[in-house]
Design a protein around this ligand. Structure first.
Ligand code: SAM
Length: 239
């Protein structure tokens, strides 16, 4: 996958050298290029913002540098992702969809956001996804891009050592994952549930499913309500 990130803070992305994303980059599974938006300014102060039409607090990112930046890094075939608190909620399903793209371009907003015409114009020549990490407001899009990229890149074939991890985790089947444990069997007076030490794979699978259902019902009833009857088996119904 090819990824271009346009930002006024390229140094925010140092973590992309680390851990599994870093390894995906060195192995060639992921090609990330960082671009300083100020490269596409033409004044001595390298200005990227201006006052908002209609008045109000804060500054808005000017369309000219963004237009030139996207002309340069987003040829046809790319998909533009713009983090914004006004976007559609970012979910595992959205991550799966983005993971199918060959070329993602991320536009990191700052201040009060990017002049809307940049996105409207981009949408005339490429798919544009405006995505929100949640119902709160960050300083800028950089952290959001790190989150989105991490969720997407771990879905790329070959990035995770054991691809089965993707099948057994939260949000894959619409549920939260059951609690997990490792050695020792007893720690500070707390025991690992006996069934997980039984070696009975059928009972363990059922226990995990039950725990996932109970946890989801307690913490995220909205997820449970969104499941269709076909997603549930007979035993699920009796819980
Ligand atoms: N004025 C904007 C509003 O009220 O919707 C908020 C702008 S915010 C201070 C600056 C930038 O941070 C946004 O352009 C976006 O890139 C990023 N950002 C802030 N909150 C976000 C969220 N919940 N999800 C995704 N990006 C966010």
């Amino acid at each position: 996958m090819k990824v271009d990130i346009v930002t006024i803070f390229p140094e925010y992305f140092a973590p992309l050298d680390l851990s599994l994303i870093g390894r995906a980059r060195t192995s060639g599974l992921l090609d990330v290029a960082l671009h300083d938006l100020r490269t596409w300014t033409h004044d001595v102060h390298r200005t990227v913002d201006d006052t908002p039409y209609g008045g109000g607090a804060g500054m808005v990112m000017r369309p000219e540098p963004w237009g030139e930046a996207l002309d340069a890094v987003a040829p046809s075939g790319a998909r533009l992702v713009v983090p914004t608190p006004t976007g559609a909620p970012f979910t595992q399903a959205a991550a799966r969809e983005l993971a199918n793209a060959e070329h993602l371009v991320f536009a990191c907003g700052r201040y009060e956001g990017i002049d809307q015409r940049v996105l409207d114009h981009a949408a005339t020549r490429m798919p544009v996804s405006e995505v929100s990490l949640g119902d709160y407001v960050l300083f800028g899009g950089e952290v959001a891009v790190l989150v989105i990229l991490e969720a997407v890149v771990r879905l790329l074939p070959g990035v995770l050592g054991n691809a089965d991890s993707l099948l057994e985790e939260s949000h894959t089947d619409g549920l939260l994952e059951a609690p997990v444990y490792t050695k020792p069997a007893t720690w500070r007076g707390h025991d690992v549930p006996e069934i997980l030490r039984s070696g009975d794979h059928g009972r363990i699978a059922r226990w995990r499913r039950d725990q996932a259902l109970l946890r989801t019902a307690a913490r995220r009833p909205d997820l449970l309500a969104a499941l269709s009857p076909e997603d549930l088996d007979k035993r699920d119904m009796t819980l």
